[in-house]
Design a protein around this ligand. Structure first.
Ligand SMILES: [Zn+2]
Length: 290
């Protein structure tokens, strides 16, 4: 699933192409994408609208339209956005014909562009919010602070986790604790912090929470710098893959030596997810220690 760095990469690539462009024609072929609105209703709301701004919050892409409405899009497992793809891709769920745009004045009569949303597993969604306040309510129910927010800190983590008996990895995957962290960046952040993924969240010290805060920020930053990780279907808007998978310290590296101490990295399951850690740098809690 695309996490914050992957979504940030998509948005930074697409924003210059979409901002100022008009959604001349919108074809939605999957009712699961537009639900609860029927595809025709969402398409009608979007057609003719100009995209004022494309942004990101957590793992959501936020389309700000010229009538004040916001389209909040989530790619979930396998969603990708492709700009003028050739040849025509498979699993197309949404097709948008774009008119105008930032460069249209430079080349009169320039060809229109196409944005295609493909999603083999069809978990991707889009929700229409009527205005900025509706958007705030939408996110307030679902998302905690962004990793780069000042509100996100070691002290914040310590306070937020004080009564949580969950494994720390499960807490990190909860978007209400911190927005945008998923399976990859949780593993990398926990390794950087020297914290075992199965440790109980309420047992972390303030020092551990501070290391974890730094680990989350560093992992997300490195992911953005590498333009995301392509381990499943994630592709850039031009179909190119990200490169952060080549820089994983522990994620998907079971059996390889830890980059810090050379102990073999192990794979376990925490919070129902495949989880990778170094058993020496990240000492297991006593109840799972062997
Ligand atoms: Zn190690």
């Amino acid at each position: 699933m695309p996490e914050l760095p992957e979504v940030e990469t998509i948005v930074s690539q697409l924003a210059p192409l979409l901002e100022g462009a008009t959604l001349a024609r919108v074809q939605i072929s999957d009712p699961r994408w537009s639900a609860p609105l029927p595809p025709d209703a969402l398409a009608a709301a979007l057609e003719g609208r100009r995209v004022e701004r494309l942004g990101r919050r957590g793992k959501y892409i936020v389309w700000e339209l010229d009538d004040g409405r916001r389209l909040v899009q989530h790619l979930r497992m396998t969603g990708v956005l492709l700009y003028d793809p050739t040849p025509d891709p498979t699993h197309v769920r949404v097709r948008m014909a774009l008119a105008g745009g930032p460069n249209s004045a430079l080349s009169a009569g320039s060809a229109a562009h196409t944005l295609v949303i493909c999603d083999p597993r069809r978990f991707g969604t889009a929700t229409l919010c009527d205005d900025g306040r509706a958007l705030e309510r939408f996110f307030a129910e679902r998302l905690g602070p962004e990793p780069f927010d000042e509100a996100f800190s070691g002290a914040y983590l310590r306070a937020a986790l004080r009564h949580s008996r969950r494994a720390i990895k499960a807490a990190l995957l909860d978007q209400r604790l911190v927005a945008g962290v998923g399976n990859i960046y949780a593993d990398e952040a926990l390794f950087a912090a020297g914290v075992h993924p199965a440790r109980r969240a309420d047992r972390l010290s303030l020092a551990q929470c501070e290391r974890l805060h730094a680990g989350v920020v560093a992992a997300i930053r490195a992911g953005i710098d590498a333009r995301g990780a392509s381990i499943d279907d994630f592709r850039h808007v031009d179909g190119v893959r990200g490169s952060f998978q080549d820089r994983f310290m522990v994620h998907r590296r079971a059996g390889e030596p830890c980059p810090r101490c050379a102990t073999e990295i192990v794979k376990t399951v925490v919070a129902g997810r495949g989880t990778y850690c170094c058993p020496r740098c990240q000492p297991p809690p006593r109840r799972v220690r062997r």
